[in-house]
Design a binder for this molecule. Structure first.
Ligand SMILES: Nc1ncnc2c1ncn2[C@@H]1O[C@H](COP(=O)(O)OP(=O)(O)OP(=O)(O)O)[C@@H](O)[C@H]1O
Length: 260
């Protein structure tokens, strides 16, 4: 089997309960290298639960999540050791939180935030680290003059862009994003989406992005899955699903956005 025939990530029959409540049932799909997949659905439909099980942040009760390691072999992310999970989380994976404060160290400098993962991988040369931090700040449209300022002093949009730089600095192969643009002003949101689209294309990043906003899915995602009450009710190419939704719930979602 060649690498191109192996998905980067495979979810197979994933289920999760919180006590007696079933949050996720029989979720199955594949994600291919360089592909952006949106998980959409109303509040409480299980999007974040699915994302967290994929990223090994939450253990599912059923099913498997397999990730293609650098050697090409698929590995179950929930049976690997915690050390392996941690290594993945700070090298090959990124996780962009909805609230930047959950993904940044708010009281250390922007430069240190960007460099933390590089230092974790053993880079120690101060000058080189600083140069890379400056370059990444530029890439996410933050003036490098702010390199020594703490994110606490940044606007919401800048914090989110810094969180993205912090995640991408190690050139991960897969980035999980939980509603990265919600809670921002519309114009700030548009700029961030533009930047995300540019970076995912340039870096050939595979992304799983949770959003309740179909416009975000339309702009960023190649494919999407639609969730309702813990189940994936429809999946397919983004344009196909949005232009010709098959499931009544997706039809309702699309129609509710189109209404004036
Ligand atoms: N820690 C928890 N304990 C108990 N129930 C939970 C927990 N987390 C989520 N749930 C429940 O599981 C279901 C799915 O929640 P989840 O947060 O995955 O949905 P979501 O689609 O991401 O919603 P939102 O868009 O509002 O974040 C909901 O009914 C929620 O109340």
């Amino acid at each position: 089997m060649t690498l191109s025939h192996t998905p980067l990530l495979r979810a197979a029959g994933v289920g999760k309960r919180y006590g007696s409540q079933t949050a996720l049932q029989e979720a199955s799909f594949e994600l291919w290298p360089g592909e952006v997949l949106a998980i959409v659905g109303e509040s409480g439909s299980g999007k974040t639960t699915l994302l967290n099980t994929l990223a090994a942040r939450l253990r599912p009760d059923e099913g498997q999540i397999l990730f293609q390691g650098r050697d090409g072999a698929l590995q179950d992310v929930h049976t690997m050791s915690q050390a392996q999970q941690r290594l993945l989380a700070r090298t090959d994976w990124g996780f962009v939180h909805q609230h930047a404060a959950d993904g940044l160290r708010m009281d250390v400098s922007a430069g240190a935030n960007v460099c933390e993962r590089l230092m974790g991988l053993g880079q120690r040369h101060y000058g080189e680290l600083r140069t890379q931090a400056e370059e990444w700040l530029r890439r996410v449209e933050i003036d490098p003059i702010r390199i020594d300022d703490a994110p606490r002093t940044f606007s919401g949009g800048m914090r989110q862009r810094l969180q993205i730089a912090r995640n991408l600095v190690t050139q991960p192969r897969l980035v999980f994003m939980d509603e990265p643009t919600s809670g921002l002003d519309v114009s700030v949101q548009a700029r961030l989406l533009d930047l995300l689209r540019q970076l995912t294309q340039q870096m050939q990043l595979a992304v799983v992005i949770v959003t309740h906003d179909l416009a975000v899915a339309r702009l960023l995602a190649h494919r999407m899955v639609v969730m309702q009450r813990g189940r994936i009710v429809e999946s397919g190419l983004t344009d196909q699903v949005l232009d010709d939704p098959q499931h009544p719930y997706t039809q309702l979602l699309v129609a509710s956005v189109l209404q004036p």
